[in-house]
Design a binder for this molecule. Structure first.
Ligand code: AMP
Length: 197
């Protein structure tokens, strides 16, 4: 089963994707993590994208599509994957469709995590304060910029997937466990917590 977790920065995509990975063996593919790893390793790609991430801008669609194409072909994605932070533009969404078609794969669902923007500032400030690994883009100024880019460039993929009948929404403002249960219900998965009780 392949799915997309969609939502603005700070919506909790990474947290939920990691849980689904641990519980169900679906591979989390976080393009933000991949780019940060490339920067940390100092690869040519990392050097190319560092300033873009620091500014809160988007990396080009070509780079992102190549990165995902290479990744979903790996055997650890055979059981399914969770796209976290990709696609972020309609062009990436269209490119993903072509790519999945070529690999004989398909998307099961696109889950939009709905959040209140004001609350995102508190969350991202909290993430910056608690995180051992400092993210250079977790500042109020960059968040404002990234939210603007989300509204302008990423939000248009919501109607794109709605028209395909793939879109479902969860209340991303609920507590973490409740969000996980909402996602599991959409995916038709039984939660580990529920089965233990
Ligand atoms: P994230 O960890 O998902 O918030 O991503 C951090 C940063 O990586 C973003 O602000 C962008 O600069 C870059 N990035 C991650 N995914 C993408 C993508 N699909 N398209 C373009 N840029 C991306």
């Amino acid at each position: 089963m392949n799915l997309i977790l969609l939502g603005p920065p700070g919506a909790g995509k990474g947290t939920q994707a990691k849980r689904l990975e641990e519980r169900y063996g679906l591979k989390q593919l976080s393009t933000g993590d991949m780019l940060r790893a490339a920067i940390a390793e100092g690869t040519p790609l990392g050097r190319q994208v560092k300033e873009i991430l620091d500014r809160g801008d988007l990396v080009t669609d070509e780079i992102m599509l190549d990165m995902i194409a290479e990744r979903i072909a790996q055997p650890d994605c055979d059981r399914g994957f969770i796209l976290d932070g990709f696609p972020r533009t309609v062009r990436q969404a269209e490119g993903l469709d072509d790519m999945l078609g070529r690999h004989g794969k398909a998307l099961a669902v696109v889950i939009e995590m709905k959040v209140d923007e004001a609350a995102l500032f508190a969350r991202v400030a909290n993430r910056a304060a608690q995180s051992a690994e400092k993210r250079s883009d977790d500042t109020e100024e960059t968040l404002r910029k990234r939210l603007g880019i989300y509204r302008e460039q990423t939000a248009p993929i919501i109607p794109y997937y709605r028209d395909k009948g793939l879109l479902k929404a969860v209340d991303g403002m609920a507590d973490m466990d409740s969000v996980t249960r909402q996602i599991e219900a959409i995916l038709g998965l039984q939660s580990a917590d529920a089965s233990a009780s």
